[in-house]
Design a protein around this ligand. Structure first.
Ligand SMILES: [Fe+2]
Ligand SMILES: [Fe+2]
Length: 171
């Protein structure tokens, strides 16, 4: 899904039955709960990532597919629906990609201006999402994928995490 499709999805509201069926194949009840508390655009982004990964990893050996696809579907659950306005989501996406230093500087807790809050949410969503997932009993491997999905790549980055990060970049 390209950048334009993500923008269009910011203004849609409900998943198509095929997408609903897709997520129900991979997520249990707690996973579905976490998934559906995200905004429509984050849901679509996560489904696009999961579908992309299924295609990309079809012939790869040694991949933990179940964790990878669940991780793709749940990686952004720390972004709760309604917390960021549509406009701020777009601005935050640009700042995250082009000015990562500003994201840290401006995204401080306690500042209640909405862009600052959106940057704060963007900054903490991996750890918050992991905490939410862990509290609901999601598989520890999936929890760690959620927690680390924006961490810089190192020599210790495992296969599923690097695939997830690659898919996140492309979708
Ligand atoms: Fe994220
Ligand atoms: Fe993402």
């Amino acid at each position: 899904m390209g950048c334009w499709q993500r923008l269009i999805d910011l203004f849609r509201t409900k998943l198509k039955p095929a997408d609903r069926e897709f997520i129900e194949t991979y997520l249990d009840e707690p996973g579905l709960f976490l998934f559906t508390q995200m905004s429509y655009s984050d849901q679509k982004h996560s489904i696009a990532m999961a579908r992309f990964l299924l295609g990309e990893t079809e012939n790869l050996k040694g991949v933990d597919f179940q964790s990878l696809i669940q991780g793709a579907l749940l990686h952004d659950v720390g972004k709760v629906k309604g917390e960021m306005s549509r406009l701020n989501r777009i601005i935050v996406g640009v700042i995250r990609r082009l000015f990562p230093g500003l994201r840290k500087k401006w995204g401080q807790r306690g500042k209640n201006r909405s862009l600052r809050h959106a940057l704060y949410v963007d900054l903490i969503h991996p750890s918050r999402g992991a905490y939410m997932a862990e509290s609901l009993g999601i598989d520890p491997k999936v929890v760690s994928l959620i927690k680390q999905h924006h961490d810089p790549k190192t020599d210790n980055t495992d296969l599923e995490l690097s695939l997830l990060q690659m898919a996140d970049e492309k979708n």
